[in-house]
Design a protein around this ligand. Structure first.
Ligand SMILES: [Mn+2]
Length: 316
């Protein structure tokens, strides 16, 4: 931590690089880090791979896209990136920098910079950056709401298993510093676009229940996406919604995407979703896994139902 703070103070200028498809933690952590650099008088630019998601626009801030010409960067900071590939088209910016820093919380991060602060015990990169402020003896000020947003999004509102006592202690400090918890939660969890709502309604309306109500299966055709105007991101929560029906063990969403069928699976207690998806060439965790396969929705509706049935058979 100390060496990271020294490196930040000594930076002549900085490029902040959140991961591709930046989420709440990546964007909020980048902005909070920017606020720390502001106070050290270090000029910086946050380079993003694609426009910042609309649901994160309440955070404000200024962002630059992938630079056409390589900028002269002294210090580059990869934020919330599990590996260098998550920098996508901005990798040259990182590689050309004199000083390369990595701040992340992904278990699989092997460290790809000169100074790497990787804490897989942290719920979010924002939790690590909050500790950086504390260690640097720097008041949170406007960074409190940003850091709180990073933690709230990566923990699903303190519901996921990455939430620890330390997460709550840091969150408490951020609240004491004025983090606007209610506003953040409203923006992050209570606001949806009309396309997303229309899509969810259609998927739940046509949901298929099999295996005596233990499996809830949802279908998203390319046609439905086009009709509702929903984005891929708008579908990411649906397998979790399907799993949430009382009595269901396995929620599974089949989606037409890039000429393939994307299967997302969430399970509650005993079906190993990773085992099912790995057998098809995908991966994930026991309770959440996914895979992309060739074929049609109709074909995979049958095939995946059969494979889930086999998993129930193994369990009985
Ligand atoms: Mn994160």
């Amino acid at each position: 931590m100390k060496s990271l703070i020294e490196a930040l103070k000594k930076a002549k200028n900085a490029a902040i690089l959140p991961h591709v498809s930046a989420d709440g933690d990546a964007i909020a952590s980048s902005l909070a880090l920017g606020s720390l650099l502001d106070r050290y008088g270090v000029p910086y630019t946050i380079y993003v791979e694609e426009p910042v998601r609309e649901d994160l626009s309440f955070l404000g801030g200024r962002f630059a896209g992938v630079p056409e010409k390589l900028p002269a960067v002294h210090t580059a900071i990869a934020v919330d990136c599990g590996d260098i590939f998550r920098l996508a088209d901005r990798t040259p910016v990182f590689e050309a920098a004199e000083v390369k820093l990595v701040i992340d919380h992904h278990k699989t991060n092997e460290g790809f910079g000169d100074i790497c602060i990787v804490d897989s015990g942290a719920s979010a990169t924002a939790e690590i950056i909050a500790k950086l402020f504390i260690e640097a003896d720097m008041p949170f000020e406007n960074a409190a709401t940003l850091l709180y947003t990073g933690i709230v999004t990566d923990t699903g509102g303190f519901r996921f298993s990455n939430t620890t006592a330390e997460t709550h202690r840091i969150a408490a400090k951020l609240l004491e510093a004025g983090a606007e918890s209610a506003r953040v939660c409203h923006e992050v969890f209570e606001q949806n676009s009309l396309p997303k709502m229309r899509l969810e309604a259609a998927v739940l309306h046509d949901m298929l229940l099999t295996h005596d109500g233990r499996t809830a299966l949802g279908l998203v055709s390319g046609k439905l996406l086009a009709e509702t105007g929903a984005t891929d991101e708008d579908t990411s929560h649906l397998s979790g919604v399907l799993r949430g029906l009382r009595g269901v063990e396995t929620g599974v969403l089949l989606k037409e995407q890039n000429g393939q069928i994307k299967i997302s699976m969430r399970t509650n207690q005993y079906v190993d979703a990773a085992a099912i998806c790995k057998a098809l060439g995908g991966g994930g965790h026991a309770r959440a896994a996914g895979v992309s396969v060739d074929g049609s929705l109709d074909e995979w509706k049958e095939k995946i139902t059969e494979r889930i049935g086999e998993a129930y058979g193994r369990h009985c």
